[in-house]
Design a binder for this molecule. Structure first.
Ligand SMILES: Cc1cc2nc3c(=O)[nH]c(=O)nc-3n(C[C@H](O)[C@H](O)[C@H](O)COP(=O)(O)OP(=O)(O)OC[C@H]3O[C@@H](n4cnc5c(N)ncnc54)[C@H](O)[C@@H]3O)c2cc1C
Length: 298
């Protein structure tokens, strides 16, 4: 099957893109890497009269560290995010999660902003943005606004972006000190969307207590989610007050719409999810404690 005919537009700047979005209204859609939108158009699951291709806009491909924030421009391809030294240093969860996204061809074309704007419940970058409390930068002809990750994912493939807004960047807080990070997910074949997975960031204080933590969950609802019950239970407690298995179980409590499909029942996904959180939590705690040991040794 082929996509229905559409008009193709290729702006050179963000301001041209937002002008076009304003002009065409609901009849237009942003095309970034095309790795999610093009298959949907080809299968005729969706249709737009105008596609606005932002892939040649240079200002949308950039990675910059500003003090305690890493700003990744929305059009930066997954492959660049995954290979960038500044990303690895500042936001290791992005580096760790990139190899799980599809295959290298998909990572070459697909963009960080596209993955987040598409808002698949199993999108790794979306779960990272949630776990770290990232901020989305949206631009329209009305100006620029910032949307906390917690308010961005509103439903299956739905976000709080207005139809005339372009996601221009994502701002990831940089966690320093005694921090540890881990990503674990399970898919039947490498490159498939995860059946369930977890992205974990944890920071310990000098007394080995959990100062803060973020647990992002993928594949466990109609949007990417946070393991809030587990986060609340561990913050302020000694690092090993709860076992990793308890943290895994807690992360699943309160999840009300775990999907059931041909890949598995809701109960199966919940058990896989708990196991992924368990593993990621244990690895992140280990890293946080090891990073201190190295710092003392140095
Ligand atoms: C076989 C296969 C396996 C995959 N596996 C995974 C996986 O495991 N994990 C994962 O996360 N993804 C996976 N993907 C999807 C891939 O990561 C896509 O690249 C990503 O979801 C969309 O990014 P894109 O740049 O290609 O966006 P597009 O496909 O061009 O756009 C996707 C949607 O986002 C909107 N959009 C894109 N950019 C912007 C922007 N800057 N502002 C506003 N709206 C925008 C578009 O209008 C469209 O609605 C897979 C894809 C395939 C084909």
């Amino acid at each position: 099957m082929k996509a229905a005919a559409f008009a193709y537009h290729r702006p050179d700047t963000v301001s041209e893109a937002v002008q076009m979005l304003g002009e065409f209204g609901d009849d237009a859609k942003i095309l970034a890497g095309g790795q999610s939108l093009v298959p949907m158009l080809a299968m005729r699951l969706t249709y737009f009269e105008n596609l606005i291709d932002i892939s040649r806009i240079d200002e949308l491909k950039n990675i910059e560290r500003h003090d305690d924030e890493l700003v990744v421009a929305a059009g930066t391809p997954h492959s660049l995010v995954g290979m960038d030294d500044e990303v690895a240093e500042s936001v290791p969860l992005l580096t760790l999660s990139t190899p799980y996204i599809g295959h290298f061809q998909i990572r070459t074309r697909g963009t960080l902003g596209g993955a987040i704007a598409h808002a698949d419940p199993a999108a790794e970058y979306a779960a990272v943005a949630l776990a770290l409390d990232a901020t989305m930068e949206a631009t329209s002809s009305r100006g620029r606004r910032h949307i906390p990750a917690a308010e961005f994912f509103t439903g299956l493939w739905e976000t709080s972006l207005a139809p005339d807004e372009v996601l221009t960047a994502v701002r990831f807080p940089v966690w320093g000190g005694r921090s540890g990070f881990a990503v674990e997910e399970f898919a039947r074949r490498h490159g498939d969307f995860a059946i369930a997975g977890a992205t974990v960031a944890v920071q310990l204080d000098g007394d080995d207590r959990v100062a803060r933590c973020g647990i992002g969950l993928l594949g466990l609802g109609s949007t990417p989610l946070r393991g809030t019950a587990a986060e609340v239970a561990v913050v302020g407690q000694a690092a090993h007050a709860a076992t990793a298995e308890e943290v895994g179980r807690l992360a699943m409590s309160g999840l009300s719409d775990i999907p059931a499909d041909l890949q598995g029942s809701a109960d199966y996904r919940s058990r896989v999810g708990a196991a992924m959180v368990t593993r990621a939590w244990a690895a992140a705690i280990r890293q946080a404690q090891t990073s201190e040991a190295e710092a003392i040794h140095a």
